[in-house]
Write a protein of this length. Structure first.
Length: 268
């Protein structure tokens, strides 16, 4: 596995593979890898001849500078896990490489970016769409892999790809959960044992909501009632890629956690 820091190095490293017609996959990450990321890398490895992983904590998708400063970073550990997962190339640039002096262009996916996370994190999806488009242009993959846990992000990226006629597939990998049901997230490391116990109300509420939906009842109301007192920014049903999805964002201690569950099938 090779680690590169510049756009020029990425393009030079991938040019022989492009010339050979190899299928290339990209897995964008901000590091702090966990089993959810490894599932993305496994899916990419099974799909492509060449797997590229980006490792970049994107400042433009953080509205709170303290949240950016607290985001966990351990490049050595991430690189070791990437190598063990069969990654061929890690692109780990500094911010100045992707946002040089004078940078002033942004990508806005207007309607999909407004509700849910967009309401509570203004500018977040502008940062996501902009960095993803840059990575797609730099790597020029045939397919990019994202986690279903960030369902709104997947929908935003897919809409951007369609609207801008980009020649790549966007694949979503199912949410990976710990045995207790909590969706894996880099932010889980901030939870104390008691806070983690309280956070389990989120996946339980999603299951309660899905069961209510299957009975023809209000899934969002049922899930909200099952949150066991957690402070929620939203508990809503969203239509992502024509698939109704129950989404929750709630704060536990200092960690703001998001999770979702597709509501499969029509209400009975």
């Amino acid at each position: 596995m090779r680690i590169v820091r510049t756009i020029a190095e990425v393009r030079a490293a991938l040019e022989p593979h492009r010339a050979a017609g190899d299928r290339m996959a990209l897995v964008p990450t901000m590091g702090a890898l966990h089993a959810g990321h490894l599932a993305l890398l496994e899916a990419a490895r099974a799909d492509a001849d060449v797997v590229v992983m980006s490792l970049f904590v994107n400042p433009r998708q953080f509205g709170d500078p303290h949240d950016l400063a607290r985001y966990p970073r351990d490049e050595e550990r991430d690189a070791q896990l990437a190598a063990e997962a069969g990654v061929d190339l890690v692109f780990a640039p500094g911010a100045e490489e992707l946002y040089p002096d004078g940078f002033q262009t942004a990508v806005e996916v207007e309607e999909l970016s407004r509700p849910l996370e967009g309401e509570f994190r203004p500018g977040h999806f502008r940062g996501v769409a902009t960095i993803c488009l840059k990575l797609f242009n730099i790597v020029r993959p045939h397919v990019a892999f994202f986690g279903q846990k960030d369902a709104q992000q997947v929908a935003v990226v897919r809409r951007m790809v369609r609207d801008l006629d980009l020649e790549l597939e966007v694949q979503a990998v199912p949410t990976v959960r710990d045995p207790d049901g909590l969706a894996l997230s880099s932010r889980n490391a901030r939870l104390s044992p008691e806070e983690r116990r309280r956070a389990l109300a989120i996946p339980r509420a999603l299951e309660v909501g899905r069961a209510a939906h299957q009975r023809g009842e209000d899934a969002a109301a049922a899930a909200r009632a099952a949150l066991d007192g957690l402070e929620a920014d939203y508990v809503e049903i969203a239509d992502f890629d024509r698939r109704p999805t129950l989404a929750i964002a709630a704060t536990v201690g200092s960690a703001r956690l998001i999770d979702n569950l597709p509501l499969e099938g029509d209400p009975e």
